[in-house]
Design a protein around this ligand. Sequence first.
Ligand code: UD1
Length: 339
Amino acid sequence: MKIVVTGGLGFIGSHTVVELQNEGFDVIAIDNLLNSSESVLDGIEKITGKKPIFEKMDLRDKASVQNFFKKYNDVQGVIHFAASKAVGESVENPLLYYENNINTLVYVLQELKELPNANFIFSSSCTVYGQAEKMPITEDASVQQAMSPYGNTKQIGEEIITDVAKVTNINSILLRYFNPIGAHPTAEIGELPLGVPQNLVPFITQTAMGLREKLSVFGDDYPTSDGTAVRDYIHVVDLAKAHVVALQRLLNKQNLEKVETFNLGTGTGSSVLEVINAFEKVSGQKLNYQIVGRREGDVIEAFANTEKANSVLGWKAASSLEDSLSSAWKWEQKVRNKQ
Ligand code: UD1
């Protein structure tokens, strides 16, 4: 069975290619390499013994998307990761985000609807909930006004898919990720942020590695147990496996609606200080950090109610925060020692 993975050489995409290949799927990975590297293919091969078919292309080029789906008109489904995800950059350059995240989605759906097996998995985000009123967050919590163009592209993306599903043969699953972290336990693939990391865990591992002087902890006056903000950190391998399960649900026609939505998290909230402590424990490193003011746009807390994913998808995150941080640290050390 042939499955297309857009953004297949990116952080979550590459881990999903590995899990798909482990389950016997033939993968065609698309990537424009703007925020990834072709060497990821070697990492995937080392883990699975096989490279996916790789098509270097930019989904913003409509003609390329059309040609691609003419060539691969026997695919059974598309997992769509290709998108930009830096919140700050999206505020500075909203049109880039609308082009990268919305145009590409539209072009892919335009071709997919012509195919007999129009199964579609979409990378969404818990950012659509904003600051939810109740924790843990269930899928029926209301979608709030997006705080950034990036967040808006995820909301609009979900709406586009929902509108399109009403009038086409496309069946979709929207996966709302909480905070994906970690790396493959083999340390053959992992996260490679360009420049200064914006996300907590890569910033921690780079600081421990001596690449950054110290971590700034954004705010310790939140109404949480220790005053720092709370998130649901999920191991990227667990997340990748959820994509395979979701895809199989569509392939086996087990979906109850044309568009289904699932939260993907662990169900446990961890504060920034808890993450730092857990990192120090698993790495044996003392982390240099200081408390600074809150970061604009951050919510106080967000963690998932995982009941629907557990019972309907039959998927549950297996790794602990410690496992995730330990894999992130192993990966960081491997990447830096190679350079
Ligand atoms: C961020 C995005 C989210 C996106 C996700 C993609 C924002 C507001 N949200 O999630 O929309 O889907 O990345 O990966 O940017 N922190 C520090 N110091 C740092 C970095 C982070 O204290 O140097 C804190 C943050 O304040 C937050 C927590 O760590 O409380 C997690 O931050 P981060 O990893 O950036 O993820 P989110 O902000 O939750």
